[in-house]
Ligand binder design. Structure first.
Ligand code: ADP
Ligand code: ZN
Ligand code: ZN
Length: 802
């Protein structure tokens, strides 16, 4: 028997299955989807069995045997194995990356599997003799003793249990976390570290082999074998960052609990639900675009649709864009489906994520709710997949494999012949266009579920405020609205639109903006440390006291952060209780939930925050929403700027007046005539859609065209440009006439971390040659250009970067 194995080595010539002989004793346990260890060159590496066959085409003597079996039961089903192949092809990624993206991080690391005996009496005599006094033993030891077949049998019968040896640190209150900024920084550090600092080199190499953003310090020490002093030296050198993260038990959130009972649906909801149920009953793949205004009861439709498929014995996946949605959302799902729900959110530790994954894998739960990667939840009888807020760009993964969760959801739905629901108050132009053409089925909820009216929206021209001498951040109308609400003991949400907006230091005399020495981008001001930081490469410096160009002293911080807004707010209404929610106040585990919970409990009058507060909040006492600077996101160098602004304004406005009390919205802007702002007044999506589609057509942007961006970066500007030209030419010669290639041009951020960046843009309506040509280009790059220091990336349908 021969196993085909994709090995855990991401490199071009290796991006294919390799043949290995299955030792005769393991033939009964061997299945596709198992993880194994195999000899590869001088090393032993982990890999995935993707296929099994009788014999190999290769010379039998040259094929090595498998070294070790990591799992007894497949971690990837036949469906997910097929999905990974499709994913690798569609996104031009390595197969190994496509396989690993489907599994929780804990399974990519090298954890040992342990067998625990549950019912010792039911073991065979010889097996019991082998174990002796041991209740637990590693799978490796069992394999060495040739006992895998027995173990597999016992496992099926529940006589033994097999588990990954991850220790849960539930009692610990604080955990020291290490953040690894990016692998390039590690590689650089590895080159620079003193040749005698062997232990530091060892740790750097270990970190490079275990790519992760955040990892517990204790785990690093346990697994890499270095001492705490070595780790500290990397922290001191600022190669990695360290922080203390509090570990919270699951919160009791009575206010956020769902009653558990289904609502009596409105007529519109009923029409939507019936269509979805019918498609489910007929076992056909159909994608629904559920376009419903904020508060129209989309979530209620999801809940009842899920209930329907659960009754058929099937499973459901619900994707939500980011943590902003989980506290309230999960409470509603748990209220309705109780223990059948697994939650996969980013606040979980690797071990907790693994636990949830395992509950799904074992079939203990029927509903998975989570962010993007939950689309790979290992169900085997899916009946429904839902993407809430389907327009959110976080559904696209911006690193390899660069997949969009919507495409994966539709692929899986095809496999199981079941419906997909894409829900939003402000659908992406792509999805709405597809619905208009009948590719998706459009379902509309045009009224709020409890028949509340939409909030009234007032747009305030901040230029006029300035003219009459109001220099504060708050217009007269908004200030008045805030005071009124405080007097009536109602709640207020204030959004500071920070998208595309940074707080930079500017010289008032010569206009110089302080930029990063490594990247062509302005440095961001950090008040707490009085320093300037680059968010791309980590460079940090003190705020200069005079302008580096003209030596003027009139150089200062320019911009509006949430901290500044909070200070101004206190000046305006000193008695108000304010909760501030931004990156700084939510970086500890559970902080996000806690702040929202407190606000829901009425412990504050005002919730002030960045776009993370725009979505999902459903609190009855919010009657005023203020947007402090609506137009900052209009100036992004991004063809989606208007769409993103309209979405944000509509979403945040939807937080007001969701219950009995009527809502009001005040939008402050310097650009009141812009159509994205003008049309958000009525929160009317369709007129906005038509207007924006017109513009996209004129400019030749998506959804009229598909877009792929190929980016080239190199430390040497000439080489970067040269390879960009070569690559562009390569594609131009091979792609069809109708395909437009723009560039190469310098990227929006033309230098990042001392690498010069060029890109070329491919626009096409139909291009059958695209994937093969990009694969050839990738091969070229991997086999020769990469050796010259070039880094190339291919991104289909990027969410921004223009
Ligand atoms: P959306 O997801 O579209 O923003 P939700 O599903 O959160 O809307 O519904 C908004 C509010 O209306 C929630 O408080 C929800 O409990 C309530 N609701 C939804 N459907 C109904 C219904 N048919 N009857 C009464 N209340 C409803
Ligand atoms: Zn100056
Ligand atoms: Zn930088």
């Amino acid at each position: 028997m021969i196993a085909e194995v994709i090995v855990d080595v991401a490199a071009y010539p290796i991006d294919r299955p390799f043949d290995y002989v299955v030792p005769i004793d393991w033939e009964h346990v061997m299945e596709p989807g198992l993880r194994v260890k195999v000899p590869f060159g001088p090393r032993k590496v982990a890999g995935y069995v993707t296929g099994i066959k009788g014999e190999s085409q290769l010379d039998q003597n040259k094929i090595k045997p498998l070294a070790e079996i990591i799992d007894l039961e497949p971690v990837l089903s036949a469906e997910l194995l097929a999905l990974s192949k499709w994913l690798a092809t569609e996104t031009i990624a390595y197969e190994i990356d496509a396989l690993q993206v489907m599994l929780p991080a804990a399974m990519r690391a090298k954890y040992e599997k342990i067998m625990t005996v549950i019912k010792p009496d039911e073991l065979d005599e010889s097996f019991r003799a082998f174990l002796g006094n041991r209740k637990q033993i590693t799978l490796k030891a069992l394999q060495d003793a040739n006992l895998l077949n027995e173990v597999k049998k016992y496992n099926k019968l529940g006589i033994v249990e097999i588990d990954t040896a991850i220790k849960q640190k539930t009692k610990m209150k604080k955990v020291r976390m290490i953040h690894v900024p990016d692998t390039r920084q590690l590689e650089m550090a590895l080159e620079e570290v003193h040749p005698n600092a062997k232990k530091q080199q060892e740790l750097l190499r270990w970190l490079l082999q275990h790519p992760t953003e955040t990892i517990e310090a204790s785990k690093i020490l346990d697994e890499s074998g270095v001492t705490a002093t070595v780790l500290k030296s990397l922290v001191d050198k600022e190669i990695v960052e360290q922080s203390q993260v509090e570990v919270y038990r699951e919160l009791e959130t009575p206010k956020m609990q769902d009653s558990g009972k289904p609502e009596q649906l409105t007529d519109e909801q009923q029409v939507a639900l019936s269509a979805i149920e019918q498609s489910s009953d007929n076992n056909i793949q159909e994608t629904f675009l559920l376009h419903g205004i904020t508060g129209s009861g989309k979530t209620e439709v999801y809940l009842q649709a899920i209930d329907h498929v659960l009754k058929q014995g099937k499973e459901a996946i619900v994707l939500v864009p980011e943590i902003a949605l989980t506290p309230q959302m999960t409470a509603r799902f748990k209220g309705r489906f109780g223990e059948l729900v697994a939650v996969l959110h980013s606040g979980l530790s690797a071990g907790e994520k693994y636990d949830e994954w395992r509950r799904i894998h074992r079939g203990e739960v029927k509903v998975a709710i989570g962010a993007r990667s939950a689309v790979f939840a290992p169900f085997t009888n899916l009946g429904l997949l839902i993407l809430d807020e389907e327009h959110e760009t976080t559904y696209k993964q911006e690193e390899s494999p660069r997949y969009h969760a919507r495409d994966v959801a539709i692929w899986r739905a095809e496999y199981y012949q079941c419906p997909v629901i894409l829900g939003s108050a402000t659908p992406s132009l792509e999805s709405y266009a597809r619905a208009s053409k009948g590719v998706y089925s459009l379902l509309t909820l045009s009224k709020r579920a409890k028949n509340q009216s939409l909030p009234s929206v007032e747009v305030v021209d901040m230029r006029e405020e300035l003219k009459v001498g109001n220099r504060s951040m708050f217009s007269v109308a908004l200030a008045e609205g805030i005071r009124e609400r405080l007097a009536r003991k109602e709640q207020i949400v204030l959004l500071l639109n920070k998208r595309g907006f940074s707080s930079f230091v500017l010289c008032r005399d010569c206009g110089t903006v302080v930029e990063c020495p490594n990247c062509d981008i302005s440095l961001t001001y950090h008040r707490a440390s009085e320093s300037l930081k680059c968010h791309y490469c980590g460079h940090e410096e003190r705020v200069p006291s005079e302008c580096p160009e003209c030596t003027s002293e009139h150089i200062r911080f320019f911009g509006t952060g949430t901290q500044k807004a909070q200070e101004e707010l206190y000046k305006l209404v000193p008695e108000a209780r304010v909760i501030r929610m931004d990156i700084d106040t939510t970086n500890t585990k559970g902080a996000h939930e806690r702040l929202l919970y407190d606000f829901g409990e009425g412990k504050a009058d005002i919730l002030l925050g960045t776009q993370m507060i725009a979505k999902g909040l459903d609190f009855p006492r919010i009657t005023l929403v203020g947007v402090l600077a609506a137009d900052t996101s209009l100036h992004l160098a991004d063809f989606r700027a208007a769409e993103k602004t309209f979405q944000l304004l509509t979403q945040v406005s939807g937080r007001a007046g969701r219950d009995q009390l009527p809502g009001e919205v005040v939008i402050q802007t310097y650009d009141p005539e812009h159509y994205a702002i003008e049309l958000s007044k009525t929160q009317d999506f369709v007129p906005f859609y038509e207007m924006e589609m017109d513009r996209r057509r004129q400019l030749g942007y998506p959804p009229y065209y598909y877009v792929t961006v190929v980016q080239f970066s190199h430390e040497d500007v000439l080489k970067a440009a040269d390879y960009a030209h070569k690559g562009t030419e390569f594609m131009a010669e091979r792609l069809s006439q109708g395909t437009v290639i723009i560039g190469p041009t310098a990227a929006a951020i033309s230098r990042l971390n001392n690498r010069y960046r060029y890109q070329c843009l491919i626009k096409y309506k139909r291009e059958p040659a695209l994937i093969p040509v990009l694969q050839q280009l990738l091969k070229h790059y991997k086999t020769s250009w990469a050796k010259d220091g070039l880094v190339m990336s291919i991104n289909r349908e990027p969410t921004s970067i223009f």
